[in-house]
Design a protein around this ligand. Structure first.
Ligand SMILES: C[S@@+](CC[C@H](N)C(=O)[O-])C[C@H]1O[C@@H](n2cnc3c(N)ncnc32)[C@H](O)[C@@H]1O
Length: 245
């Protein structure tokens, strides 16, 4: 059995399981959609067509959400990391790594580098969110030797200036309640990047636009239907910025 840094046993998994982002959201949407469809099925109920349509739309949104969180985001991050020009020896930091979807995909591309994740392990933001789960996922993916996780707040990172070649973050910065806190996280990401290092942040499109405006630089690109949390109104945009040399 693989071990974590404290030498306590980690659960052994056959393959990584990355869980569901904000699990209460699809649970409520799916439950309300099902209730609408059932209610519309009762005869002679006024407005049954409208109720059936609303129920079907909510169930379809739930399906799109689950597809994104279980597979769409992984496929998209694989492509982004493949296009990031990694040499394989980089030091990479993933902010709000959760169960490790992006952290571990990055580690697979860093045979002589290191992928470090920080998180506060909120189970509201991702089910089963614990450092042990992330380390067990890294072991299942065969990259435990190059993955570290830290319990840390991304608004106050415990790393020296310029320690990382790449900083990534997937759907995590918007979880900080205030814009002031979100901007602090973006500033911290730039602080720990080395000059010339790159920042890759995926977040809901209005947030990503505000982070770019705050930084005063960066390119923005919509990541498409594979990263819709239910529909285009909760679509995700990638901000890519490079720290000045
Ligand atoms: C929706 S999950 C995304 C997890 C992972 N990046 C992924 O895409 O699968 C958001 C993550 O951000 C973490 N998080 C929220 N606020 C944070 C903070 N201030 N510092 C570090 N992590 C935070 C949560 O605990 C959660 O793991």
């Amino acid at each position: 059995m693989s071990k974590n840094r404290d030498d306590s046993p980690l659960p052994r998994l056959q393959w990584p399981r990355y869980g569901i982002d904000a699990p209460a959201f699809p649970a409520v949407l799916g439950a309300v959609g099902t209730a609408c469809c059932l209610a519309a099925g009762r005869r002679r109920r006024p407005g049954r067509n409208a109720m059936a349509t609303a129920g079907a739309v909510m169930l379809a949104n739930t399906g799109v959400y689950l597809h994104t969180t279980l597979s769409g985001k992984l496929r998209i991050w694989r492509r982004q990391l493949d296009q990031a020009g990694l040499k394989g020896d980089e030091q990479l930091l993933d902010l709000g790594c959760g169960r490790g979807a992006v952290l571990i995909e990055a580690a697979k591309r860093l045979p002589t580098g290191r992928a470090v994740g920080v998180d506060l392990w909120s189970a509201q933001d991702q089910n089963g969110n614990r450092p042990e789960t992330t380390l067990a996922n890294a072991a299942a993916a065969g990259v435990a030797d190059r993955v570290d996780v830290h319990t840390a707040d991304m608004t106050a990172l415990p790393f020296a200036d310029g320690s990382f070649d790449v900083v990534t973050s997937a759907l995590a910065i918007h979880n900080i309640p205030s814009f002031e806190g979100r901007y602090r996280a973006v500033d911290e990401a730039m602080r720990v990047l080395r000059p010339g290092g790159q920042l890759l942040v995926a977040d809901f499109w209005p947030m990503a636009r505000k982070y770019a405006a705050h930084l005063g630089q960066g390119t923005l690109r919509g990541l498409g239907p594979g990263y819709w949390y239910g529909g285009p109104w909760l679509g995700v945009t990638l901000l890519r910025a490079v720290k000045e040399r």
